[in-house]
Every structure is written in structure tokens, then in C-alpha cells.
Design a protein around this ligand. Structure first.
Ligand code: NAD
Length: 383
């Protein structure tokens, strides 16, 4: 079975889908792995490391035309998909609710599209869960970015010149990224408050030595998959009103709130940001999916009139590309190994028998298998 991966030209992307170690594991399974020359350069993996792992190199077009499986980190280019053999497989992040052009290209070419965002959040599938592995690194990197951009120290310091109070960090959204942000900020010596609409996380927040902020916004909850339920506009307004004081007292606000398959909730208003001390920093990890913070812009740092920096982060894992790529590649190899049939020396995709494949196989034989994504496509067709 021929696995290929292409050099990723997404601006700001330094991660690779396949590291030399991961490639070696695929070769051990009995697969062939082919890449473009210079593939790992942005993560400082040289061609020789891949060659040692058993990888061959070929031009992009050849790779695509002869691929059984295309491994990709970011959503693939629809023009590339059109060059692949019908019935081949594509594995990677697909951003399916927004990148409907990618979903349509998979369908048109009758490709099996394994969408890594749809890996179930089950204990068994944890090792394949790229959302978690990347969110963890994003949470860590968000704190480092804030620490670098703010005009004060994170830890408390007692010096002969006087005492410096610890930075106050407020983390909004305590999923995988939020938990890692809390842990990192604590390690740097900050005083940390955190809030989430899912009350189940309060204990986890406290166990990290942070304070859980209680807000009364009426009934909240989570879906079967553990994702937050969407708040009503009235609830979001109640949330903003009660949260304004905590935001005003914070030196750093890190927002990580996401809603699966929907735009991120708008939690921090421009007025709340304006209430912060000049020099404070807000890092919006949801900037790429609608933004939790009014005024944040994807991949930009905005300095407000009042002197508050809003960092709109979309790809912080790329700032720790070596580790993030390693984790991503490991997740993908776990998925491939899971679906590998040693007898035939191929991946077998049986969505009826295999619950992991059943959940993440987005397209197959010219059909979209995920109802939520089908709905988005139908709505697009109607409008
Ligand atoms: P996410 O990225 O979808 O969202 C981040 C956080 O934002 C969530 O905790 C969510 O509750 C919160 N949020 C949403 N709207 C909010 C609002 N208006 N105000 C404040 N917070 C808001 O979440 P995630 O990190 O992908 O995690 C989702 C769930 O999946 C969690 O329960 C997590 O523990 C669980 N999970 C389970 C597994 C597993 O079992 N294998 C793996 C990863 C995550």
C-alpha cells in the first residue's frame, strides 16, 4: 500500500504530518512511504532522516497519481484530490464544517476521507485524538505568548526594590487547551482563575491549584461526546455581565471556548477588554473559528485604543512544531495501525464493524457519511 504526504504550503505552518519515526513505523507495517524532497524542512527533519526510515522521494504529481493513501495535516487542496486515483484514501484534518470545498472534492473523486476531527473522544481512541494532542500544545503555547507580550512578570518576586505581585491569569474554557494553559500559567507562578460552562471541570481546575469562577447562567450542560452545549444569547449576556469583573482584574485572559461544528461563542466583549489595565494581554485561541473575543483578528495582534493587546491565535501548535508534528504523526499512525489488516497488508475501512472508522470516515464511494456535514452541504446548496 502506497502512503504519500505532500509538502504543506499553508502560511505559518511548521508542523509535518509524518515524521521520520512515524514513517519508519508505516514501513515496518509493510507499507511504502513516498514524500516530496525537502518535505520535513520546516520542522528541521532532513531528507536523510526520512531516507534512513525507508522513505522514497518523488515529484508531487507522481505522488498524487500513484497514492493509495494521502496523509495530510491541514485540509487538502481540492485540486490535489482531483489528481488522485478514484477510491484512494485521504487521512487528516479536514475542517469539514467550513471547508465544504474539500468535502465536495472528496465526494467527486469517490475518495475515502478520514477526518481526524471526527475521531471519537473515547478512552480507546485517545491515542488517535489529534484535537487533544494539538490543543494541549496550544494551551501551553498560549501562556508563553501571553508571558512574552505582557509588560509584567508572571511570578511573584520579592526584591530589595520592592515586591512584584504575581500575574493574574483568567482562563475561559477548560477543555484540553484550557487545562494545559492553567497548568502552564501555574508553573510560571501566576495566580489563575478559570471558568467553563461545564461544571464538571470545577474539580479539575481546583486540582491544578487554580480557582474555579462560579457564574449563574442558568442551565448548562454537555453533549454525549463531552462537548459544551451552546448557550442561548440571553445566557451569553448573563455570562458576560458576571464575568466583566474577573476580566477587569486579570492581567492576562486566555480564551479557548469552542463549540463542535459551530462558530465559537462570543464571550468577551470590546467593553470588557476596555475595562482591563493598559498593557494587559488577551489571547484568543478561538480566533480562527469566529473568535471568543470581540476585536480579535486571526493571526494578528491588535493593540486597542486603551492599550490592551489582543492576540488572535489560529495555529499555536505550529510554534512548537517538532513536538506537535510528532504527536500528530503518532495519532495518525495509531489510527492506521488500528485499521491495518496484516494478512492483506492493507488498511481496511469497515464503518459498520469498526466504531472508530464508523465515526471518522467522512466520505466513501461518493457519499458523505456524517449527517451533520451533509446538512451543512445541503444548506449551502439551498442558499
Ligand atoms: P472544546 O475545544 O470543544 O472547547 C473548549 C472548552 O470550552 C470546553 O471545555 C467547553 O465546555 C468550553 N466552552 C464552550 N462554550 C463555552 C462558554 N460559552 N463559556 C465557557 N466555556 C465554554 O473542548 P475540548 O478540549 O475538545 O474538550 C471537549 C470535551 O471532550 C471535554 O469534556 C474533554 O474532557 C473531553 N475529551 C475527552 C477525551 C477522551 O475521553 N478521549 C479526549 C479529549 C477531550
Amino acid at each position: 500500500m502506497h502512503f504519500v504526504s505532500l509538502t504543506d504550503h499553508t502560511p505559518g505552518e511548521h508542523r509535518v504530518a509524518l515524521t521520520p519515526n512515524a514513517a519508519a513505523r508505516l514501513v515496518d507495517l509493510g507499507a511504502t512511504v513516498r514524500l516530496e524532497a525537502g518535505y520535513g524542512g520546516r520542522s528541521f527533519f532532513d531528507d536523510a532522516s526520512y531516507r534512513d526510515a525507508g522513505v522514497d522521494f518523488a515529484p508531487r504529481e507522481t505522488l498524487l497519481r500513484e497514492a493509495d493513501v494521502l496523509l495530510t495535516l491541514n485540509p487538502p487542496d481540492p485540486d490535489d484530490l482531483a489528481m488522485m486515483p478514484e477510491g484512494a484514501t485521504v487521512i487528516g484534518l479536514m475542517d469539514p464544517f467550513r471547508r465544504t470545498d474539500v468535502v465536495r472534492a472528496l465526494v467527486a473523486r469517490k475518495l475515502a476521507g478520514i477526518c481526524m476531527e471526527l475521531i471519537p473522544r473515547s478512552t480507546y481512541a485517545q491515542k488517535m485524538d489529534v484535537l487533544s494532542s494539538q490543543a494541549s500544545l496550544a494551551g501551553y503555547a498560549a501562556v508563553l505568548r501571553a508571558a512574552e507580550r505582557i509588560d509584567k512578570s508572571f511570578p511573584m518576586m520579592s526584591t530589595p526594590a520592592g515586591t512584584i505581585a504575581p500575574a493574574r491569569v483568567f482562563v475561559i474554557g477548560v477543555g484540553v487547551a484550557g487545562l494545559q494553559a492553567i497548568a502552564t500559567a501555574k508553573r510560571l507562578g501566576a495566580r489563575v482563575d478559570a471558568y467553563d460552562t461545564r461544571p464538571v471541570v470545577a474539580e479539575q481546575v481546583r486540582s491544578l491549584g487554580a480557582k474555579f469562577v462560579e457564574l449563574d447562567v442558568g442551565e448548562t450542560g454537555e453533549t454525549e461526546q463531552g462537548y459544551a452545549k451552546e448557550l442561548t444569547p440571553e445566557q451569553l449576556e448573563m455570562q458576560r455581565q458576571q464575568m466583566a469583573r474577573v476580566v477587569a482584574e486579570a492581567d492576562v485572559v486566555i480564551t479557548t471556548a469552542q463549540l463542535f461544528g459551530r462558530p465559537a461563542p462570543r464571550i468577551v466583549s470590546a467593553e470588557m477588554v476596555a475595562g482591563m489595565r493598559p498593557g494587559s494581554v488577551v489571547v484568543d485561541l478561538a480566533a480562527g473559528s469566529g473568535g471568543n473575543v470581540e476585536g480579535s483578528r486571526p493571526d494578528e495582534e491588535v493593540l486597542t485604543e486603551e492599550g490592551i493587546r489582543i492576540v488572535g491565535a489560529t495555529n499555536l501548535p505550529s510554534s512548537v512544531a517538532r513536538d506537535a508534528g510528532q504527536m500528530f504523526a503518532n495519532n495518525m499512525v495509531h489510527l492506521i495501525t488500528h485499521a491495518w489488516d496484516a494478512e492483506s497488508g492493507r488498511m481496511t475501512l469497515d464503518p459498520e464493524e469498526d466504531p472508530v472508522v464508523g465515526a471518522c470516515l467522512l466520505t466513501q464511494a461518493g457519499e458523505v457519511r456524517d449527517e451533520r456535514v451533509s446538512k451543512v452541504l445541503a444548506e449551502e446548496d439551498e442558499s
